[in-house]
Design a protein around this ligand. Structure first.
Ligand code: NAD
Length: 356
C-alpha cells in the first residue's frame, strides 16, 4: 500500500537546549506533571492557571505547592488567571516573552460540558484563540496543545488514526477540542506557526483527576463504597499512564513540525470489567457495583493508533495498564488517609500533602 502522507514527511531533529515555556493548565493533573518534567531538565516554566473549582481546588493548590517546594521560584513563575481574559494573558506574554507554548488548560470532562456548554466555549475555544493570537505576535517557536480522543466521537473504527476524518463530535467538550485543532491549523496556514495537537487518550496515574473513572474507582473501592458502572462493562478504553503522556508532550515541545495531529495513547484498550478486577487486585478489596445505563456523550470504545506519534516523536508508551493501576493504588494509599469499613458515604479527605 502507498505510505500515508505523513510517512513522506522528514522527521525533525529535537531542539536541544533549555527553553522558556509558557505552560497553561499546570495546576491541573497533566500540566503539573509536564511542569515537573520541564523544570527537572532545566527549562523555565511560565505557569498559567486560573485554578478553577471544576474539582477540589485543594488538589490544584497542592500541585502548585509541590512544584514550588521542589523547584523554587528561579525558573518557575506562576500566574493565576483566566486565559480567555485578553488583558491578563497579554500582560503575561509582555512580561515574560516566552518562546515556546504548551497549552494544556481547558475545561475537561464530557458530561459537565453538556450542562455548561458556555463555560467550555469560553475556556477552551476563546482561551485557545487568545493564545494563538499571542503566539503569532510573539513569534512562538512551537505551539503544542492538548486535544482529545473524544474528537473521534462516533467513529466506527477499531483503531483511531489521525488520518481518519473526524467531524462528528458527540459532546460540546469534543466539539471545542476539534474547533481548537481547526483554529490552530488556520494560524499555522496564515502565519506559519508550528503547531502540534496531541490527542490524549484517557490519562491516569498519581495526582489523577478525581472526576475520572481511574481515580474514582480506586478511591471508592479503597473506601468500601459502591462503584457506579455505566453500561454493561463491555465498553473499552485506551488508558494512558501519566509518565507516557509527559514523555510524549516533552518530545512534541522539542520538535517543531509544521502542523501535526498526533495521538498519545497506550495503543490498546481495556474493558471496564477488566479494569475493575485490577482495582480489586491492588486495593485488596471487593467492589460493590451499582449498574447504570450508558451516559449521553460518552464514547463506548477508544483505542489509539500511536504509529504516527512514534514516527514523528519517537513516542513509545512503556507502562502497562496493570502496572499503571498498581502505581496509582500505591500513590492513592500514601496520599489519602486510609479509612476502614466505611458504613455510609463520607467525604474523601484532602491530600495529606503534595506527594510525588
Ligand atoms: P485538569 O482539569 O486537571 O487541568 C486543567 C487545568 O486548566 C486546571 O488546573 C484548570 O484550573 C485550568 N484551566 C481551565 N480553564 C482555564 C482557563 N480558562 N484559564 C486558565 N486556566 C484554566 O485536566 P487534565 O486532565 O490535566 O487535562 C489537561 C488537558 O488535557 C486538558 O486540555 C484536557 O482537555 C486534555 N485531555 C485530558 C485527558 C485526560 O484523560 N485527563 C484526555 C484528553 C484530553
Amino acid at each position: 500500500a502507498a505510505p500515508s502522507d505523513w510517512e513522506r514527511i522528514p522527521k525533525v531533529a529535537p531542539h536541544n537546549g533549555t527553553k522558556t515555556v509558557l505552560l497553561t493548565g499546570a495546576a491541573g493533573f497533566i500540566g503539573s506533571h509536564v511542569a515537573e518534567g520541564l523544570l527537572a531538565r532545566g527549562d523555565t516554566v511560565i505557569l498559567v492557571d486560573e485554578v478553577n473549582d471544576y474539582y477540589d481546588v485543594r488538589i490544584k493548590e497542592s500541585n502548585l505547592q509541590l512544584l514550588q517546594e521542589t523547584f523554587g521560584s528561579a525558573r518557575l513563575r506562576i500566574y493565576r488567571g483566566d486565559l480567555a481574559n485578553a488583558s491578563f494573558i497579554s500582560r503575561v506574554f509582555a512580561r515574560e516573552k516566552p518562546e515556546w507554548v504548551c497549552h494544556l488548560a481547558a475545561r475537561a470532562g464530557v458530561r459537565p460540558s453538556i450542562q455548561n456548554p458556555y463555560v467550555y466555549l469560553n475556556s477552551n475555544i476563546v482561551g485557545t484563540m487568545r493564545l494563538l493570537e499571542l503566539s503569532r505576535i510573539y513569534n512562538i517557536q512551537n505551539f503544542v496543545f492538548a486535544s482529545s480522543s473524544s474528537v473521534y466521537g462516533g467513529s466506527q473504527s477499531t483503531l483511531f488514526s489521525e488520518d481518519e476524518r473526524v467531524d462528528r463530535p458527540i459532546s460540546p467538550y469534543a466539539a471545542t477540542k476539534k474547533s481548537c485543532e481547526l483554529m490552530a491549523y488556520t494560524y499555522h496556514h496564515l502565519y506559519g506557526l508550528p503547531v502540534t495537537a496531541l490527542r490524549f487518550f484517557t490519562v491516569y496515574g498519581p495526582r489523577g483527576r478525581p472526576d475520572m473513572a481511574p481515580f474514582k474507582f480506586v478511591d471508592r473501592v479503597s473506601r468500601g463504597l459502591p462503584l457506579q458502572q455505566f453500561g454493561d462493562g463491555s465498553s473499552s478504553r485506551d488508558y494512558t499512564y501519566i509518565s507516557d503522556i509527559v514523555d510524549g508532550v516533552v518530545r512534541a515541545i522539542d520538535r517543531p513540525y509544521d502542523y501535526q495531529i498526533l495521538n498519545l495513547g497506550k495503543g490498546s484498550g481495556t474493558k471496564l470489567i477488566e479494569f475493575i478486577k485490577l482495582v480489586q487486585k491492588y486495593t485488596g478489596k471487593n467492589a460493590t457495583i451499582q449498574y447504570l445505563p450508558d451516559q449521553a456523550g460518552d464514547v463506548p470504545y477508544t483505542c489509539a493508533d500511536v504509529r504516527k506519534a512514534e514516527h514523528f516523536l519517537g513516542y513509545k508508551p512503556k507502562v502497562s495498564f496493570e502496572e499503571g493501576i498498581r502505581l496509582t493504588v500505591e500513590w492513592f494509599s500514601k496520599t489519602y488517609v486510609p479509612q476502614q469499613s466505611v458504613k455510609k458515604e463520607t467525604k474523601r479527605s484532602s491530600p495529606k500533602t503534595a506527594s510525588k
